[in-house]
Design a protein around this ligand. Sequence first.
Ligand code: RFL
Ligand code: PHB
Length: 389
Amino acid sequence: MRTQVAIIGGGPSGLLLSQLLRTKGIASVVLERRSRDYVLSRIRAGILERGMVGLMRQAGLGERMDKECYVHDGTLIAFDGEEIPIDFKGLTGHSVTVYGQTEVTRDLYDAAEADPGRVLTECDEVMPHDLDSDKPYVTFVKDGQTQRIDCDYVAGCDGFHGISRQMIPAEKRREYEKTYPFGWLGILSETPPVHEELIYATSQRGFALCSMRNENLSRYFVQCPMTEKVEDWSDDRFWDELRRRLPAHHAEAMVTGPSIEKGIAPLRSFVCEPMRWGRLFLCGDAAHIVPPTGAKGLNTAASDIHYLFNALVQFYEEADAEGLERYSETALTRVWKAERFSWWMTTQLHRFPDQTDFDLRIQRAEMEFLRDSEAAQKVLAENYVGLPY
Ligand code: RFL
Ligand code: PHB
């Protein structure tokens, strides 16, 4: 088998790249380890920046998104019973879009059905070879048969636990990592959201987030130690804890109900440099992770795809490899800004086990500054709606 771009991983990064390449007549094959249903069962991101929304439209997939999404012009930051409205639209001229990662991925899988063989699921032992030559190829096992795809380039879109990153020799790779001493316990429930905008709340009991998917589907999170077990969190215990972290009038207004999903996720900041080695290009979670506090994970994956897609088009349409040569540097410049913002949001809004009284007063001063300074609100808004590509 031969293609132009072999893509390892059929999450949002890999599928979006393949769909965009198709619009330019550039052939690709996506190799995904799991089944389509498994990928679609993962409940993850909920907030899209305008860049990601633009890419979906560019990929020809704007229709359902534009019909079913919710546009948010701001958010609420709550601390110690006070509330700071952040007016994204007024401060930056931009908004964010509520459209779940599950829906994005579903649209991408549905679109791929038009081209049988473009997305192959349930592929085992996916392995790229000869990445530092001009004839790379990828082998994999599907339905018990070993297969080989020859290609010009390989896109490593296989997430944090994938194999692509490991293909960069250790002596050429530098990894930066920070883990946080807590996780997020999250639920999804078929209840109306407590407020029309998201609420990011910091309190003496820790962080909480009120998010949503639609008018009758809410997504809530509370910070918890990673030693907690999800079985120990009944729905009642969860709702109780969430209410105690929110300003009283929101806690009172909250409609509760049975959870339809519940899980604990760790928080991590991680960057791998470089994002390119030979003919391998890393994209999305394969190269970097952010804690979810700034809603930047999927959106930073999308900006990688934007840069790689444009570089590949430049190569195939103009025989100019300059964009590919510069991919790592270009992508990393934006990645680090998203890392900084996600780290900042996480650090300011969570309780840390070893925090001193001094640290707590600094956190409080930070919130009071945000409350009182339009400039500080603008910095938050500009980062949250997404920095330009
Ligand atoms: P993914 O989604 O992990 O997809 C990688 C795919 O590669 C496959 N794979 C392999 N395939 C073949 N061979 C192998 N050896 C393979 N190894 C792995 C996997 O099965 C998978 O299908 O990475 P991708 O495409 O880069 O997308 C990244 C996003 O999924 C991620 O950044 C976001 O979900 C992060 N995130 C959020 N991002 C946002 O922008 N806004 C949010 O509001 C937001 N909320 C979240 C989040 C992530 C969360 N969790 C649980 C990690 C909330 C949570 C709770
Ligand atoms: C979500 O709705 O899943 C969500 C929203 C905002 C975040 C993280 C997760 O910062």
